[in-house]
Design a protein around this ligand. Sequence first.
Ligand code: ADP
Ligand code: MG
Length: 702
Amino acid sequence: MQQNLLLTPIEFLKGVGPNRGELLRKELGIYKYSDLVNFFPNRYIDRTRYYKINELQNNGAEVQIIGKIINIKTVEFGKNQKRLVAIFVDDTGQMELVWFQGHKWIRESLKVNEVCVIFGKCTSFGNMFNMAHPEIELMAEHKQSLRSAMQPVYPSTETLTNRGVSNKVINKMMQQLFIETQTLFIETLPDYLISELKLISKKEALFNIHFPKSPEILAKAKFRLIFEELFFIQLQLITKNLIQKHKIKGHPFTKVGEYFNDFYQNHLPFELTNAQKRVIKEIRNDMGSNAQMNRLLQGDVGSGKTIVAFMSMLLALDNGFQACLMAPTEILANQHFIGLSELAESVNINIRILTGSTRIAQRRIIHEELENGTLDIIIGTHALIEDKVKFKNLGLAVIDEQHRFGVEQRSKLWKKNTIPPHVLVMTATPIPRTLAMSLYGDLDISVIDELPPGRKPIQTVHRFDSNRLKVWKFLRDEIALGRQIYIVYPLIQESEKMDYKDLMDGYESISRDFPLPQYSISILHGKMKPADKDAEMKRFSEGKTNIMVATTVIEVGVNVPNASVMIIESAERFGLSQLHQLRGRVGRGAEQSYCILMTSHKMSNDSKTRMETMVRTNDGFEIAEVDLKLRGPGNLMGTQQSGVLNLQIADLVRDRDTLALARNYAMKLLKEDAAMQKPEHASLRAVYIEMTKKKNIWNYIS
Ligand code: ADP
Ligand code: MG
């Protein structure tokens, strides 16, 4: 009966009706009683506390004060402008209440010399505090009013406000809803969880999220509901992952054979770091089982993911399969090809590259060799997922710099075989682990958390444009030492034209300041033909030019060990993870490297935080945490394609700890009772089934 009641269309709630019902549906997506119950305030006004006038601060905070009005007057200011001013006093001082509109009826309603409670935002002007358009309640009314001490403020829209559905109205509806449905909310979590975590009941939580009596009980209500939301999402994600592991068959790579062993014993160009060894082991175990591997390999820029990918490919080859590596840009694909060719040659592997600019004749050979199996490894761009490309037996697909590829493209690779290849997704965008687990519930995660030895940490400084002369002097010194330099300009799609102008202007002035024949300068941007880009990149990487002026096309993966300085122009316009990626282009050789962040003096607080963070740390994970805080998970690079989790009350950044807690409990529960069939999980299971029926988890991760 209770469930049926909660399914009642919202217009049947007393005080709603068809017109408001329509508004609630359109503006807030509230269709049924249950939607309204789960429509949570986004903040609360604390009216548990009364301030004295001598305690006021000029910070625009909302306060309530007990006192009385002793005098009302109309003050003229400017031409034909009037305001109504009342002097309000308590036993500690006096202040002004001010109205700019509605003078007549306000004046009539104001009571002089009667104790009342005022509420509103306080500011000070001169020595006097004032409150514009305060809420005023006589003390007698104030005492009687039934509203809770903490006042909820619900999300709203302009249309709602204009059509008279104010916060007060929503509040009334909520009260009515609780009157009609009182005590009918069933518990969703098992008893043992509630007592173990000292949670309040569902019923109490819902009541107190809407009508909290104190900040303490509100905190408990929030925790209970946040935990519940994250817990059910984790149940879904983990279940999905388990099912996938059982259902999707993969090629078991049972052998570690000639290719891998020969390479490992005789041709490894350096000693692997412990992190690399550990990760290779994880990948090997995963690919050795009967299930398809879907693994995310995280590692900061320069941590050495490529060699891990290559050795994983060798395992595929050892088991009679082909492997591919897909990169987001041609430059990157080329670079991988050059690097991997050298390694492949050492163990006699046939390797080729396929990109948009591969000639037709060459393409034909590649298609043929892929199909008849004589080609072992193919490196490429999106060109690899064209329908024409058919593999004889693709065993492993490595995808580099994952944030450029969507989930859809990943699955396109799958379709190339009846049994899907193992998939290794590599990313240098460090996503905090808890978040990664929630967003990529279907991926297992490996982390390279150690840089190869001998690297000198990059020194990062922030300089204002006005210091440019000094920066240029520094560049001349570095060039004199034989080093090379990147100067990067922002390229943001919305202002593409302006950005190209900035880039070209920059290029021109740099050319003037670093003239031929003493200096030579490369330029690289997205509008150039691939062949020109490659040629320019080649000139720079062969040391024929001193400076590379570029847009963010060089953001990912480019590797020129002799480049020791990265200048980022208009650094305030870049996001943190992008800044970190760009910085990762230097510090790849033996020399001390530098990153110089150039900005104007005009910077937002967020920009300042970004600069400070970059200067303070080289740790990609720490940077990702700050980025997450500044931008929220939806905007974090690398999660864009998977979209935002559409959460009702939880916030993945703020509630990270609760998320980890929920995940642990969900795992524990599913380990003991994977199908949620134990009697104590009956109500949980009912909710779970309801949830998966109407809302697949991919609706959360849309
Ligand atoms: P990323 O993780 O950013 O893709 P790369 O795989 O390009 O990093 O590696 C960066 C550089 O470090 C390359 O020049 C690579 O040869 C080198 N490298 C990788 N692993 C090691 C190691 N264990 N010891 C020394 N150098 C290494
Ligand atoms: Mg790389």
